[in-house]
Design a protein around this ligand. Structure first.
Ligand SMILES: NC(=O)C1=CN([C@@H]2O[C@H](COP(=O)(O)OP(=O)(O)OC[C@H]3O[C@@H](n4cnc5c(N)ncnc54)[C@H](O)[C@@H]3O)[C@@H](O)[C@H]2O)C=CC1
Ligand SMILES: O=C(O)/C=C/C=C(\O)C(=O)O
Length: 479
């Protein structure tokens, strides 16, 4: 049995209330561990540790901070196998995905911000005619809260804590209670890397108990959150009136727009990934596919054939393309959309749960393609966050642009075309924080990352993250 513990002030602790949550393994449906359901008192202890560490950490040289972050990154790489196995078991994702994407990206997050902080600078303005110079200090905020989801557990957890600590803050962090394992393991590496006690504190538990205590804490200065839009709305309603800084990376219902003039084979290959990578549980997945009418029938046939070849299986099997859905309740949520689709739309492929030999209680389902008759339906308007995509034809650019934007979300969009002018025109007009042209999920960590509309506020990545985790103070000197 895995026993996850809180990491507070460099030590591992049981929750003060001795309240625990069962940790399920999605690939076989069995309980394989327990996780603290931390109370307000545990969060308070984490805060006190962070607050005590702040005066020294915020004054620690950039070189020293950078060295420690690089060491954490190196240790993650050295422990790739252990972390990937833990992530795959906890989340249900294929182990080769954890090994090639999740854990390497977590290591990159630390390495990237170890370097970025040494290049981060602030502005100065000479005020001509006044004999004055203005310069802007960028100071860490103090103690900040980082709350992350279950779909890319260590990847997104570290995407927040690495810039926060690089910028000189101390952190109270909470990973998802559904996937706590790798964040727990990370605490041990932080000690090995020489991260001073209290700089990072990890408290585990439910959103409504532990998460709520973080967002309501009067002295936690900022909240960086990734997760569902409903939770983000709640966080904004609590933290907003307290004037906390907030970065909210929320849901998506992203258009994947395919024009007839695209590089077809590249598009087809990538569209399978953008639809079903990580069991479709990535906020950036292109869950609404719009195809130009002249290639619609061909695309439909080729896409269905390709998707039918994807192997659904146990995450430890290197041949597996589609692993397990993260939890039973999430599987049921996805299936409720399929039930709706069965009555109202045309399921071209998939739509069923799958039983894997020896793992019959695991949470498996087929990748599913649904032909919808309108962009207005729930399947095209609500985030399903699973291996389910819709397809619909379009005739004209204006028509597809209208459908792409006619949704409450605005996270990412993908455009497939070899017409440069069209790709530029659409990139300007699409309501999204991230636009990919002829690719998907190509990530350069220097770029701003985040959404518009109900997909959130604020930007992460590169200097945007360092700006978020610092506050500016302008100093004006008259000479
Ligand atoms: N990256 C994304 O865009 C994600 C989107 N989702 C969407 O959200 C839906 C619901 O999934 P959930 O697991 O319930 O996600 P969630 O948004 O509730 O969970 C994300 C994190 O927020 C925490 N949290 C929940 N309530 C909180 C509160 N009151 N205060 C502070 N923290 C809180 C959770 O414990 C977890 O660490 C999914 O079906 C999916 O549509 C879920 C996970 C990731
Ligand atoms: O690559 C990234 O930085 C982020 C990827 C995905 C998410 O944020 C998500 O699925 O929530």
């Amino acid at each position: 049995m895995l026993k996850v513990q809180n990491y507070i002030n460099g030590n591992f602790h049981d929750p003060l209330s001795d309240e625990w949550l069962d940790n399920y393994c999605p690939s076989d449906g069995k309980i394989y561990g327990i996780t603290p359901n931390s109370s307000r008192e545990d969060v308070e202890n984490a805060y006190i540790a962070a607050q005590s560490a702040f005066p020294v950490w915020s004054q620690t040289t950039l070189e020293k901070r950078s060295q420690i972050l690089l060491k954490i990154s190196e240790l993650l790489e050295n422990n790739l196998q252990e972390f990937a196995a833990a992530e795959s078991k906890d989340n249900g994702k294929p182990i080769h995905v954890a090994k090639s994407i999740d854990i390497p990206r977590a290591a990159s997050n630390f390495r990237f911000f170890a370097h970025a902080i040494t290049q981060f600078s602030s502005e100065s303005h000479h005020t001509t005619g006044e004999n004055a110079i203005n310069f802007t200090l960028r100071q860490p905020l103090g103690v900040v809260g980082c709350i992350s989801p279950w779909n890319l557990p260590l990847y997104l957890f570290t995407w927040k804590i690495a810039p926060a600590i690089a910028a000189g803050n101390c952190v109270v962090a909470k990973p998802s209670e559904i996937t706590p394992a790798t964040a727990f393991l990370l605490g041990k590496l932080c000690n090995q890397a020489g991260l001073p006690k209290g700089v990072l504190n990890i408290v585990h538990g439910l959103g409504k108990t532990t998460g709520q205590a973080i967002i309501k804490h009067p002295d936690i200065k900022a909240i960086s959150f990734t997760g569902g839009t409903k939770t983000g709305t709640h966080i904004a309603s609590v933290a907003g009136p307290m004037f906390k800084k907030m970065s909210l990376e929320l849901g998506g219902k992203n258009p994947n727009i395919i024009f007839a003039d695209c590089d077809y084979n590249n598009m087809l290959e990538t569209t399978v990934k953008s639809s079903f990578a990580n069991q479709g549980q990535i906020c950036l997945c292109g869950s609404r596919i719009f195809v130009e009418a002249s290639i619609y029938e061909k695309f439909k046939e080729d896409f269905v054939n390709k998707v039918k070849k994807l192997k659904i299986g146990h995450p430890s099997n290197n041949e597996t393309d589609i692993g397990a859905i993260v939890s039973k309740s999430h599987l049921n949520k996805i299936l409720s959309y399929i039930d709706f689709a069965k009555k109202n739309h045309n399921i071209l492929s998939g739509g069923h749960v799958v039983s894997i030999k020896n793992y019959e209680n695991g949470y498996y389902m087929e990748p599913t393609i649904i032909e919808v008759n309108s962009n207005d339906c729930d399947l095209n308007q609500e985030e399903i966050f699973g291996p389910v995509v819709t397809i619909i034809p379009f005739e004209k650019e204006d028509e597809v642009l209208q459908m792409a934007n006619q949704v409450k979300y605005g996270l990412s969009a993908t455009i497939w075309t070899n017409d440069l002018t069209r790709s530029m025109r659409l990139s300007h007009q699409i309501e999204a924080g991230v636009v990919w042209v002829n690719t998907w999920m190509l990530r350069d960590l220097r770029t701003p990352f985040g959404g518009t509309k109900a997909s959130g506020v604020g930007r992460e990545g590169g200097f945007e993250a360092l700006r978020f985790f610092t506050q500016s103070k302008n100093v004006c000197i008259k000479y």
